[in-house]
Write a protein that binds this ligand. Sequence first.
Ligand code: 7TS
Length: 404
Amino acid sequence: MYDIKQIREDFPILSRSVYGKPLVYLDNGATTQKPRSVVDAIAEEYYSVNANVHRGVHFLSQQATDLHEASRERVRAFINARSTSEIIFTRGTTESINLVASSFVESQMQAGDEVIISQMEHHSNIVSWQLQAMKKGIILKVIPINDAGELLLDEFEKLITPRTKIVSVMHVSNVLGTINPIKQIIRIAHSHNVPVLIDGAQSVPHQKIDVQELDADFFVFSAHKMYGPTGIGVLYGKEAWLDKLPPYQGGGEMIQNVSFEKTTFNVLPFKFEAGTPDYIGTTAFAKAIDYVEALGLENIAAYEHELLTYATQEMKSIKGMRIIGEAEQKSGVISFLVGDIHHFDMGTLLDRLGIAVRTGHHCAEPLMRRMGIEGTVRASFGLYNTKEEINVLIEGIKRVQTMF
Ligand code: 7TS
């Protein structure tokens, strides 16, 4: 049962007001709010368990380690990875991509080799590769999109050459809402023996992910966009690939034996986890997974789709409305511009009405250039949003319009 009233009560922040108006939080693409169970887990572990993990014989350290490793198992089951060796905890999507880009380019690529990304990528999936490309003379190729904001798959296949070593694309666009056909992309890339990294930052909170069914080689996401804590993310990688990649950072936890002459590295997943991990964060992250799984990702997806359909229909009735991103397969993200009202003005005035939306280029400047705009206003939905809130947004947009 999708009891929206109960759900909203689980998120204390949703009942606060902003400028004397009830908060309407529509910036879930940037980060989601946290249910009580997630926040409580953080306090409880600090109050009653806290100790560093993987290194103590004492009781608390064992208990903290058990909680931390149970969270890894929780993540494994959540995305249906084969083994916990394939689940690396990172600081977030950005760090996960940087890890793969750094270790993959270093060990698997030569000058003149190619990486394929897409026109709609978040800067984290552009700049991470660019930084490595500059060092080694790697070429970045870009899958183009159509005006609706969909990847051109025929063009994608044409970009693949014998020098293509990896494809790195987002699952769901944080700007357009487009759900990319990643299963097809992975199939095409694999038919040329090219591995694929999927940036799942905007998909994991909204649909069921099965990394084995997708056959993704790497899959990355952030806890904070799925009702979990900040500072925790995941790099899933197939064991065969992770075994081939060198460590990303050096330090404690990631070693087996160290001498000044030679150091041997720890087994997976610890080889990629240098230093004290955010073991409190991972416990809270597991609670966030419990939360979305209790509701059911299929139910969340269906509910959010209903919100998207309703909001799209209502927004289209506004004069001068231009929706950026009209892909057939779309997630709960609506980017828009109204008449010649600047996105920043629209966002600022909506904020005064208690409505939190994001404005700007959304860390996707190349996409903005492709769409011929500087930025958008973006409303992005989460599992706790309501049609009433969408009505407030629509009325808000109309009110802003009358001011211009
Ligand atoms: N990839 C995608 C598709 C994203 O949407 C984001 C963040 C990231 C990567 C980076 O995630 P992080 O957790 O490492 O920061 N996107 C947004 C957004 O749309 N508004 O604020 C952050």
